[in-house]
Design a protein around this ligand. Sequence first.
Ligand code: CUA
Length: 152
Amino acid sequence: AYEKLWLAASILLILLLIGSVTYGAVGPGIAMVSDTEPAVDAGALDEDDRFSEPRVERVGENEYAAYVVAFQFGFDPDPIVVPEDSRVTFYVTSRDVIHGFEVVGTNANTMVVPGEVSELTVEAEEPGEYGIVCNEYCGAAHHSMEGKLEVV
Ligand code: CUA
């Protein structure tokens, strides 16, 4: 009778492990308009050092900053490529209307407002591809507005 108990216990442990690995893959994101990043002129992103060339920048050991521009109807850069086992802070703005920025399957999720910089940090641990979607209605092709995060 004890074998069955041990079997059930070990299956439970395996499930818990899978759960924690999945959760840890792209970790908690804090979603808000940044209180440290200055606002931005949505009509002149070309003249803003942060957003004239949307990109991923290494800012420390295992630390990266991703400058992302949302637009009707996509994200730039696409894909956003970061190394595994890194901490990535996204700075996201819009060049037209209000959009969303959500890493699918995680709680990394923020609204993106023209003129503001949204900031959120994720732990990119496991290699993989994650979808990015817009979850604010932003026009006719809102439903097809998506991007990709690649953890390599
Ligand atoms: Cu952008 Cu919906």
